[in-house]
Design a protein around this ligand. Structure first.
Ligand code: PLP
Length: 386
């Protein structure tokens, strides 16, 4: 991109980045260079000392007993399902409006995703529909085993209600916090809910590395031990003692070293995201439906997502694009309409999950958005909507 050394666009129509990873890099470039150089010097590229150090720091950050890093957020979802021995004949309940990786991991282990509708304000799974999904699963001759909740766009799901409902129904909760590391619910950090929480360090996520990476958070000692075995091909206490079928899912030492540096500024970045989100909401006012965050939650603001009249949404997106402002539609289709997932059961009608793809529009969001840029974006948005 032109002008990558400048922190903010100057010309009226100069493109705004959707996520400005370069601004963060400029801030801590020398620390990142030094951290990477240390890894090149010691040469322990697989399971080097930075991996354990990062796990300790992430556990402290989220206030959980165990963190198991791995190769991606997708593997972070897959491994707890493997550890819980969920498979053929089992059902895992998940929202219909989410990223593909959520149901993908359920299908990969041979289980059946049962799709549930989401709340129209938070875009997260509607807790009042979980009991119905259990019935739907049973009606299909499946054993309902787990609930995979998603903290969409950075806002935690309604864990106050979900925890109780899952307890009553005997479901294992696996939290998909792929977009929500750093967020909070009921005064607790994401990572402390459910039986385990999975997150992603994909570069565009709130805490991202420079490649693929992920982590699992749990307070369960037994589960943590099983996950550590699964990530190393199912090994037991000795290297060639294989006690279960596992996978190869280690986080690279280089990525761990990078994440240690990024974690040091993460609290500050989360505060900057809060500021940027509040500023957008104030500037946009009644022009479009601004994001609703539950009073019990703090979002990690992976996305700042508006709801716009479906007849105008695409026109607004085109107008913004022509003004140098990128937007994205997360997600253009509910999962139960995707060719790969169409044949799986849905609980109820999933009407909200079908409407949202025609309404949502995510604006540029990152910790280094300036007030000037946000004013320009909101002015163009008002012009587009008018
Ligand atoms: C990004 C994401 C994942 C998967 O993470 P990867 O690191 O890309 O494998 C899973 N779930 C959600 C909700 C995500 O946003």
């Amino acid at each position: 991109m032109a002008n990558s050394s400048r922190s903010e666009p100057i010309e009226e129509n100069e493109p705004v980045p959707f996520i400005d990873l370069k601004a963060q890099q400029r801030r801590i470039r020398s620390e990142l260079d030094a951290a990477m150089a240390r890894v090149l010097d010691h040469g322990q590229f697989i399971m080097g000392p930075e991996v354990a150090e990062l796990e300790t720091r992430l556990a402290e950050f989220a206030n959980v007993r165990h963190v198991i890093t791995c190769s991606s957020g997708t593997d972070a979802l897959l491994m707890p399902l493997m550890a819980a021995e969920i498979g053929l004949g089992d059902a895992v309940i998940c929202p219909a409006f989410t990223f593909t990786a959520t149901p993908e991991t359920i299908g990969l282990i041979g289980a059946t995703p049962v799709f549930v509708d989401v709340d129209p304000l938070t875009f997260n799974i509607d807790p009042s529909l979980v009991a119905q999904a259990v019935e739907t699963a049973r009606g299909h001759g499946l054993n309902p085993k787990a609930l995979m909740s998603v903290d969409l766009f950075g806002q935690p799901a309604d864990y106050g209600r979900l925890t109780k409902i899952a307890d009553d129904l005997g479901l294992f909760i696996l939290c998909d916090a792929g977009q929500a590391f750093g967020a909070e619910c009921l005064g607790k950090k994401v990572g402390q809910f459910g039986c385990a929480t999975a997150t992603s360090f994909f570069p565009g996520k709130p805490l991202g590395c420079f490649g693929d990476g992920g982590a699992i958070f749990t307070d369960d000692d037994g589960l943590a031990e099983t996950l550590r075995s699964i990530r190393l091909h199912g090994r037991g206490s000795a290297k060639y003692d294989i006690v279960r079928i596992g996978i190869n899912s280690r986080l690279d030492t280089l990525q761990a070293a990078i994440l240690i540096e990024k974690l040091k500024i993460f609290d500050d970045e989360l505060a900057r995201r809060d500021t940027a989100a509040a500023r957008y909401s104030e500037l946009i006012g009644n022009g479009a439906a601004t994001p609703f965050v539950s009073p019990h939650c703090r979002s990690a603001w992976a996305q700042y997502t508006l709801k716009i009249d479906p007849d105008r949404r695409d026109k607004v997106a085109r107008f913004l694009k022509n003004s140098g402002i990128p937007t994205n539609v997360y997600y253009p289709r509910p999962l139960h309409h995707q060719p790969a997932y169409r044949h799986f059961p849905i609980a109820g009608d999933c009407r909200v999950s079908e409407e949202l793809p025609r309404q949502v529009l995510s604006l540029p969001m990152h910790p280094y958005l300036s007030k000037t840029t946000q004013i320009r974006i909101s002015e163009k948005l008002q012009e587009a909507i008018a």
